[in-house]
Design a protein around this ligand. Sequence first.
Ligand SMILES: NC(=O)c1ccc[n+]([C@@H]2O[C@H](COP(=O)([O-])OP(=O)(O)OC[C@H]3O[C@@H](n4cnc5c(N)ncnc54)[C@H](OP(=O)(O)O)[C@@H]3O)[C@@H](O)[C@H]2O)c1
Length: 335
Amino acid sequence: MELRSLGRTGVQVSALCLGCMNWGDNNSGTSEEDSIEIMHRAIDAGINFFDTADIYGRGESETITGNALSVDGHRDRVFLATKFFNKMDEGAPNSWGGHRFHIIKACEDSLRRLQTDHIDLYQMHRPQPTIPIDETLRALDDLVRQGKVRYIGTSTFGAWQLVESLWASKELSLNRFVCEQPPYNLLDRRIERELLPFCQTYGFGVIPWAPIAGGLLSGKYRLGQPRPEGARYEKGAFANRDNDSALAAIELYLKFCEEREYDPVHFALAWCAAQSGVTSPIIGPRTLGQLENYLKSMQLTITVEDMTKIDSIFPPGTHVSNYYNANFGPNTRWM
Ligand SMILES: NC(=O)c1ccc[n+]([C@@H]2O[C@H](COP(=O)([O-])OP(=O)(O)OC[C@H]3O[C@@H](n4cnc5c(N)ncnc54)[C@H](OP(=O)(O)O)[C@@H]3O)[C@@H](O)[C@H]2O)c1
């Protein structure tokens, strides 16, 4: 597995990051046993970078991830990322957000669930413009100085918000964010406009989420056909995240892959990992078989001709579908 520098830090992380969002009954239903098997197989395959969040199953993903890493010395070999921000207790109005009261408690809770004394990358899951960024940064800086957190990062921030954070860090001599986690895949290329050039200029690592658009780029969702049973976008909150313009572009994409004998998952992931400025796409296997398939993408070499053709299907800087806006609304409006 190729290793890459995480932004301007000296840390070397694998070119694929393992996303832990599916673990547990409150998530996609991947059992603890299967989740642990997937995590241990990922480590065997050379993946040393894991990403979870407190909100995934309201602590369930972190607990299962902690169980997997607590054996065979795995914890020390993995660069472990988690996130805070989302509401963890419906009965407690301050149990979310980017303020000191919540950040310190959220970190202590994550450390306990993950069975570790430090988090390697502690990320703010969404920006919160109503709170001055210096309050957030100072609380995070305290956690770094206490040794509970190694590096701090963000998710789904706008470039201007990250510039503002660097300005505050510099002015107040606080640890700065070193990594951003944005949505990025063939269907959603918005970050190419500002965020990616910003990250390259200022030495941020970039770890894209949903590199195969949550499965939309796998070929199992087809225009005019019912959604496959048991798939993530079959029903529920995600069901409105595809639309006909996205599915029409996907039809062109599948033809492109068929002509070149590419597996659509392999190409979509390899394309994401090959983009300038990208550190490690975060893969989201629900099963061991899906993990094995993601791993094969690292053998695919993308040609200049492929890139040109792909740009004619999914134009650079654009967003073919509204599937994120439908659910994430204002949170991604500024990207
Ligand atoms: N920061 C954020 O706001 C944010 C948001 C989302 C995710 N994330 C992080 O990013 C990680 C990855 O996100 P993601 O899960 O959306 O990534 P993804 O890799 O784009 O999508 C993963 C989903 O695609 C489907 N899939 C995977 N391989 C397949 C195959 N070979 N054939 C058919 N379907 C396949 C599976 O869903 P089904 O089998 O269930 O259909 C799987 O759970 C998460 O685990 C999490 O760590 C972060």
